[in-house]
Design a protein around this ligand. Structure first.
Ligand code: NAD
Length: 449
């Protein structure tokens, strides 16, 4: 890539688009972000992040001030003034679990129309998670029909899956494990690889260049495998709970040292949620069924995860009996620490189940209270701090392993709660220490209840 300033556009300023756009601007590119959400566009231009993500706010403000990044409501300018256009729109679930490609479709129509009058070659890169065939059978025909131009000759096209994790999105964008380039043609693949060489200062992460169908399936296989690892260890955790002296943490360590297994994604807990794994597994299952193929391991992975959060409710019932009017403190609402995202968070399943039992719920999360309010409204209480949340509670349930909850000591639970019972759904605390000082039950830690 030569020394002139690189011009890049993003269609979709969510977790993926905003993070990548800001990271690229930081490397001195000129980045334009387009989003159909006009409130988001205004917010971004004021240097305010619509999402909570470590370091994003500082990076965004700096690049807005330096005018390396700005958001607009005009897709024409975004397309016209950019050499590479990334599509980072959402791909949520439809009611039946299959993928909703409406946003990808509308983004491709908009980009296609704007390409029509332009002479210069642009590279279009889809980063959203999509089922195999989407780039070839939806995106390419839509871009060609709307632009009256030919893919491979007049514009380039590639599918390039995103693997970032919320909570470490900037770090993951700047230091990915690998790159997958699903190119429609060699020129498109070369252009995208050249872009990444520029981004990573010629230290390109391991890169696989393949066709778009394979690249699309790699993303789904990746998420299905990660989810399966967690569901597997959660199953082992449930068994451990019935065996006095058993501890899933030690078992995870023991099997994780086997290099064929590895230590990551073996943290037992109340299940996985978030904006990706649940919807991607459902979409994969729907897609594979449409091809006449069963994926029993993925079915089981989802099933284990459906019931895992209910463990917390079952334990509370065993310890307290009828939960009606019991005051339950919920510590953590986001689907994981480091984010304010509550989409498909385990906290929602647990709180809804407790509300069905007419328990009184009081909640606290360091950053996700605003988003939680949209979900729960006035059906639960909201505390200003973790300590306030546990006051007078009959039971505290740790749902998200925020580091700040480590500051709560056994004596705080004992002195503040009406009934000092702690259900540690994320294995945050030292079981030996807590068990000796209060009624403590942890996922995957053998107990006699
Ligand atoms: N969030 C993650 O951790 C993550 C990780 C890897 C991959 N992904 C995938 O990346 C994609 C985006 O995810 P996200 O979490 O950033 O989504 P998001 O819902 O946070 O953001 C999507 C954005 O796209 C905008 N949008 C919708 N239609 C548009 C259009 N036609 N033109 C311009 N903007 C439009 C929306 O207004 C929204 O701001 C999804 O396919 C997701 O599965 C997400």
């Amino acid at each position: 890539m030569n020394n002139k300033t690189l011009k890049v556009a993003f269609f979709g300023l969510g977790y993926v688009g905003l993070t990548m756009a800001t990271s690229i601007a930081e490397r001195d590119a000129r980045v334009i972000g387009y989003d159909i959400d006009t409130e988001k566009v205004a917010k971004v231009n004021k240097g305010e992040t619509p999402i909570h993500e470590p370091n994003l706010s500082t990076l965004l403000r700096r690049n807005i001030v330096k005018k390396r990044f700005f958001a607009i409501e005009d897709p024409r300018k975004a397309v016209k003034e950019s050499e590479i256009i990334f599509i980072t729109v959402g791909t949520p679930s439809l009611q039946d679990g299959s993928i909703n490609l409406d946003y990808v479709k509308s983004a491709s129509e908009t980009i296609g129309k704007e390409l029509r009058d332009l002479e210069d070659y642009k590279l279009i890169v889809l980063r959203s998670t999509v089922t195999p065939g989407t780039t070839c059978n939806l995106l390419k025909p839509s871009l060609e029909a709307n632009s009256c131009r030919i893919c491979g000759k007049d514009f380039g096209l590639a599918y390039n899956p995103e693997f970032l994790r919320e909570g470490s999105a900037i770090k993951d964008t700047l230091h990915p494990d690998r790159l997958i380039i699903g190119e429609m043609d060699e020129k498109s693949g070369d252009a995208l690889e050249e872009f990444y060489q520029w981004l990573y200062h010629d230290e390109l992460p391991p890169t696989i260049r393949t066709n778009p169908d394979i690249a699309e399936l790699i993303k789904y296989a990746n998420n299905a495998f990660l989810a399966m690892k967690v569901s597997f260890i959660n199953q082992v955790a449930n068994l451990c709970q019935r065996i006095p002296n058993a501890d899933v943490e030690v078992i995870a360590k023991g099997i994780g040292l086997d290099r064929r297994i590895g230590p990551l994604f073996l943290k037992a807990g109340l299940g996985w949620g978030g904006s990706c794994l649940p919807k991607d597994l459902r979409a994969l299952l729907k897609f594979s069924r449409s091809k006449g193929v069963a994926l029993p391991l993925t079915e089981a992975t989802l099933f284990v995860n459906e019931i895992q959060p209910l463990n917390a409710v079952k334990i509370a019932e065993k310890l307290l009996g009828d939960l009606k009017d019991m005051r339950i403190a919920i510590l953590g609402l986001s689907f994981k620490p480091g984010t304010d995202d509550v989409r498909e968070a385990v906290s929602i399943k647990i709180v809804e189940e407790l509300l069905r039992r007419e328990a009184k719920i009081v909640t606290y999360d360091p950053v996700a209270m605003e988003n939680a309010r949209i979900v729960f409204g006035d059906r639960v209480g909201y505390s200003k701090s973790a300590l306030e949340c546990i006051n007078d509670a009959d039971c505290s349930i740790i749902i998200t392993e925020w580091p700040e909850f480590l500051k709560i000591k056994p004596k705080d639970f004992v002195s503040r709660m009406r009934n000092p019972i702690v259900i540690d759904g994320r294995r945050l605390y030292d079981p030996e220490d807590f068990s000796s000082k209060l009624r403590y039950v942890a996922i995957g830690f053998g107990s006699k209840i």
